[in-house]
Design a protein around this ligand. Structure first.
Ligand code: NAP
Length: 347
């Protein structure tokens, strides 16, 4: 059954995963802007209630529909956990409920992107690639792409702090990524605040999205951690094929548990985007602390834009809507510094 959304811009916002590492920031930031209209959700009924929210499970699409029916006036859903497929997104968009998805898995984002026409028909907007990577990587890539008049190649680099307490779902996603074979070689890159680092190809969704949205044929995203020994060890294990076991659910759970206990660095992170077109070259970089918090801030900003009703209906990645570039300036007041880098900083 498709029920037209009656929430409109005055409805409430359901934050699924709203008390997780990312979701807690989304919930608290949106609550400041929309007091009394933000509902955190998750599978743990007691925890959800403690946080003033509801029990909801995105792996149960029928149950998810019942939750929306029960709440009655949901105007927007923020997904701070990856559902197994696009059914939850379809339910929202067919009902005219806006959607913000912080997911980083290419297959899932591609499936949601296919819901563009139903979203246009219902007048709903879905925002994808919302967060740090994907998210801020996409925005820096677009700046660098424009600075060279249309890039032929883009190189994205993400450095994460291994001392940060990343959420279980984010660590599970990273473990899954480590199980995939490398698609390119490592590269040495200068990261603002960290110096020269060796980064390794990693299956962030941005590199696939940007080939389509910016029409750049050659895009690669690489990852390193602030701890050089940990980066070296992790990618040596991947090269040796020892992390392929993470394809199996039991091994994935075990490795996620082990990785969640490793805290040997700080919580600062950095992102860099390099664009080339012939002999034209441009690079942008940013640094901040606590990527889960910053991901939550980006998601809250995107949701506020949606709630103002100024964004076009349909499914869009963050770099496709120019007003969302404003998040980079806004994050400046939250300790995230963005700057253009010169050619000498790429080694
Ligand atoms: N775009 C980016 O830059 C970026 C950055 C960081 C993270 N992420 C993505 O964000 C997601 C969340 O990461 P996180 O670090 O916040 O993880 P987290 O701390 O484990 O939070 C996940 C939250 O979702 C809830 N949850 C888990 N499974 C659920 C389900 N089936 N239905 C409803 N709620 C469920 C959990 O509560 P219960 O266990 O009680 O259900 C928890 O509150 C991950 O998918 C990660 O890949 C994206």
């Amino acid at each position: 059954m498709t029920t037209a959304n009656m929430g409109g811009p005055t409805g409430r916002i359901l934050v699924v995963g709203g008390y997780g590492a990312v979701g807690a920031t989304v919930t608290s930031t949106l609550t400041e802007w929309f007091p009394g209209r933000v509902i955190p959700g998750g599978r743990d009924a007691a925890r959800a209630r403690e946080n003033g929210g509801v029990r909801v499970d995105v792996s149960d699409p029928e149950g998810f529909r019942e939750v929306l029916d029960g709440l009655g006036d949901v105007a927007a859903v923020v997904l701070c956990v990856e559902p197994p497929d696009a059914r939850v997104a379809r339910t929202c968009l067919e009902r005219g409920i806006h959607l913000v998805d912080i997911g980083a898995t290419r297959r899932q984002l591609d499936a949601v992107a296919e819901l563009h026409d139903p979203a246009v028909r219902s007048g709903a907007t879905a925002l994808l690639s919302v967060g740090v990577a994907p998210g801020l990587t996409n925005l820096l890539a677009r700046r660098a792409h424009e600075a060279v008049g249309g890039a032929e190649s883009l190189r994205l680099t993400v450095l994460l702090g291994s001392g940060e307490r990343h959420g279980a779902d984010a660590v599970r996603w990273t473990v899954q990524g480590l199980a995939e074979p490398a698609t390119a070689g490592p590269e040495r890159t200068f990261l603002p605040g960290f110096g020269a680092r060796t980064a390794h190809p990693f299956p962030f969704s941005d590199q696939h999205t940007l080939r389509r949205t910016l029409r750049v044929p050659d895009v690669t995203t690489r990852l390193c951690l602030d701890s050089r020994p940990l980066t070296g060890m992790l990618f040596a294990l991947r090269r040796a094929g020892l992390l392929r076991v993470a394809c199996r659910p039991a091994a994935q759970r075990l490795l996620t548990g082990v990785f969640r206990r490793v805290h040997t660095g700080g919580d600062a992170f950095a992102v860099r985007a390099d664009a080339r077109h012939g002999d034209q070259y441009a690079a942008y970089g940013l640094t901040g602390r606590a990527q889960s918090r910053v991901t939550g801030l980006v998601a809250a900003f995107a949701t506020r834009e949606l709630m103002t009703g100024s964004l076009p209906a349909g499914v869009h990645h963050i770099e496709q809507l120019p007003s969302l570039d404003g998040v980079l300036g806004w994050l400046g007041s939250h300790g995230v510094t963005t700057r253009r880098l010169d050619g000498r900083t790429r080694r």
